[in-house]
Design a binder for this molecule. Sequence first.
Ligand code: NAD
Length: 472
Amino acid sequence: MADKNYSFFGAVEKSFNKAAEFTKWERGILEQIKICNAVYQIRFPIKRDDGSIEVIEAYRVQHSHHKTPCKGGIRFAAEVNQDEVMALAALMTYKCAIVNVPFGGGKGGIKINPKKYSAYELEKITRRYTAELIKKNFIGPGTDVPAPDYGTGEREMAWILDTYSAMHPGEIDAAGCVTGKPVTQGGVRGRREATGLGVFFGLKEVCHMKDIMEKRGLTTGVEGKRVAVQGLGNVGYNTAKFFSEGGAKIIGLAEYEGAIWSEKGLDVEAVFQHRKKTGSILNFPGAHNFDKSSDMLEMECDILIPAALENVINGENAPRVKAKIIGEAANGPLTPEADEVFIKKGILVVPDMYLNAGGVTVSYFEWLKNLSHVRYGRLEKRFTENLNSHILGQLEELSGKKVKEGEREFIMHGPDEVDLVYSGLEETMSSATHEIMDAWKSNPKIPDMRTAAYVVAINKVGTSYAELGIFP
Ligand code: NAD
């Protein structure tokens, strides 16, 4: 991020190479998995509100075509550059493979600080960017499907959909050209909080692994864990909220203007509202202030969750980090140098490319919904409720006893869309966690969970290329 010499794509390649040693693929296949298949650099002008013309720098990268469409978010940030977008696209390929989402990796980025533009200017930039993607066939339900990322959300996704639909009149599957849309525009319930919920489900699964926890002097389960989160945006806020609801204690929260700490635990919603009202996370009643936000990363806690940007824990500050588990909710928050430090210190790093896969998993559900043109649960909800009611009635008649009211409601309830999305996500995160842990345990030479996750991903993408054959 701040370090000009740091190559994020280089870091991804380094982790890839480390893991490739533990696979049996020939060099050519590994090379093909690793490289970016297509990189689209875009420059276009927009007229600012004051009448001046500004040239905008933007990218879309399709890392892998072993499966289509390509999938990955669009980031609006002043630091966006080609290296970063390539790295994020590569992570998407591995992420999709790990959670069995049948997409290739992609990513987009526009080099702007969205806070410095009006809503009208942002709409013009988003729509023009979409038009540029359409020109080169870099967007479409079957080719490349963007989603939200740092600095973007439902509003931007709705603009993308509207631009795409306007330029593809009559295309019946147009809604599948982008995910993370508002529910009224074909979005799926549960997508907004999906990445944070996935981070929670993934770490919960890890917290229930007795051997892993005992090794770090921790009890099993999420309950009572002391958790610190960096970044109170979409991913960080939802992660903190789900941990809190799961019985953990959120003791630290950091934003770019500073961080706060309270051993008694912080009320995440109250902190969020305090920041909204005062414009700063600092001076939250009863909490200690850190004027330098990154100092919070070095505090003693059970689980540290960086959920802002890449390269925040590196060779310089890693030796001072005291957390027992680090959950990478952001993409690339740790550098390979930090990984080496944590391997030596026995700190468990739960890697980004699987831990934050909740977003793409639920995006996959949204895309399927768009292609099937029907809301999840619409067909089976009433049928399930009728059936449950009948079973319950029979059981009560046979046993001569009545089920308690709260239980009755729970048993009778037929699935709503959000129930199906949450359960699909939990199942996905749980099986991915076990698959990675099994790969790690199967080879004692694999040094860390990140390498194990890469091994799983490389094997899946490698199998895909090997079975497809290489187009002559
Ligand atoms: P966001 O824009 O909603 O939130 C990011 C937050 O981080 C903002 O509130 C920002 O002020 C804060 N921040 C920036 N620099 C900081 C710093 N130095 N210290 C503390 N806080 C800082 O973005 P997001 O969608 O939550 O994405 C966060 C990370 O998660 C990114 O790495 C992104 O690639 C990754 N991610 C996002 C999704 C998704 O569905 N949105 C999915 C997978 C991964």
